[in-house]
Design a protein around this ligand. Structure first.
Ligand SMILES: NC(=O)c1ccc[n+]([C@@H]2O[C@H](COP(=O)([O-])OP(=O)(O)OC[C@H]3O[C@@H](n4cnc5c(N)ncnc54)[C@H](O)[C@@H]3O)[C@@H](O)[C@H]2O)c1
Length: 301
């Protein structure tokens, strides 16, 4: 198959359904060989089926592409190591890691249990770290052996992590952490020929059926803005050699709209040149807040 990722080897986590499935199919259409990872969990993270990855592999093969299934839990450190090893052993290398797997346990903060918090933080944050850590080790070894990679990592953040989302404290915290992880990884891995970016997608999947209920009906124009397949061309381009100069960025994609997210910036500041008196802080901060840009609204507020 030909395309902007021709001959490249990709891992897509959580690729059995939803956005990950569309990323895997688009990468295959663009010529990549794909390791289709999915543990097969319910929306709230209960393991129930290993089938969805195999279905996507069958689909890619029926299109004339190359793919293999992987059933690792991405947040299990050793299973994530096996995922990276499977790509290298099967296809002879690794060029693209799309970290996408995850689930939600939406609750108001005051009702969130310790177990719910841990599960959501684990699957997103550790589920990004573990494959990235093992892929980075592989790419560092390649670079040291004189075979400098031209590799790409595409992480999955969310507007919930960037602007905040009522009822999603654990998920928002994890997705904000992924944005921070992306910044650090971009700088640390640049020397090994690896770029690291994140997307903040919006699409209709089982995860968002409730939130995007009004957008469920097919629009009269024929363009379904909430189709998850709309997000995948941006992922494919970020995965391609053509995006070499882009790293450490978070890009929001919804329908046909691409938006560069601008993160935390240093805003108005006042340096007293000494330790502040507590009683004087209020006046100073109030004055600075008047000069600062107002934060964007939190989703659901
Ligand atoms: N749908 C949206 O609008 C939206 C918005 C922002 C961010 N996201 C993010 O996009 C990603 C994909 O979400 P989606 O909407 O396609 O959801 P989805 O539930 O349709 O797909 C997620 C997939 O990940 C798999 N998975 C879960 N835990 C796993 C694990 N430990 N190891 C391997 N696979 C695992 C599930 O089996 C499932 O197939 C998630 O990270 C989500 O947080 C989605």
């Amino acid at each position: 198959m030909t395309g902007i990722c021709k001959g490249r080897v990709a891992i897509v986590t959580g690729a059995g359904r939803g956005l990950g499935r569309e990323h895997a199919l688009e990468l295959a259409r663009q010529g990549a060989k794909v390791v289709v990872n999915d543990l097969g969990t319910s929306l709230d993270g209960i393991v129930e089926a290993s089938g969805p990855a195999h279905d996507v592999v069958d689909l890619i093969r029926s299109m004339g592409g190359e793919a293999v299934a992987n059933g690792a839990d991405v947040a299990d450190f050793e299973q994530a190591r096996g995922l990276v090893r499977q790509a290298v052993d099967t296809f002879g290398g690794l060029d693209i890691l799309v970290n996408n797997a995850g689930f939600v346990r939406d609750r108001m903060l005051v009702n969130t249990s310790e177990e719910e918090w841990d599960a959501v933080i684990r699957v997103h944050l550790k589920g990004h770290f573990a494959p990235l850590r093992h892929a980075a080790e592989y790419w560092r070894a390649e670079a040291k052996a004189g075979r400098t990679p031209d590799a790409r990592v595409i992480n999955t953040s969310s507007g919930a992590g960037l602007q905040g989302s009522v009822g999603q404290a654990s998920y928002s915290a994890a997705k904000a952490g992924i944005a921070g992880l992306t910044l650090v990884a971009a700088h640390e891995l640049a020397r090994y020929g690896v770029t690291v970016n994140a997307i903040a997608p919006s699409a209709r999947t089982r995860m968002t059926e409730g939130a995007f209920a009004e957008a469920m009906a097919a629009p009269e124009s024929g363009f379904d803005a909430m189709d998850p397949a709309n997000v995948s061309p941006v992922v494919a381009w970020l995965a391609s050699p053509g995006s070499r100069e882009v790293t450490g960025r978070v890009i929001e994609i919804e329908g046909g709209r691409i938006c560069i997210e601008e993160g935390w910036n240093h805003g108005p500041a006042q340096d007293a040149g000494r330790r502040w008196e507590a009683a004087a802080v209020g006046e100073a901060v109030t004055a600075l807040l008047q000069k600062a840009a107002a934060p964007e609204p939190v989703y659901g507020a």
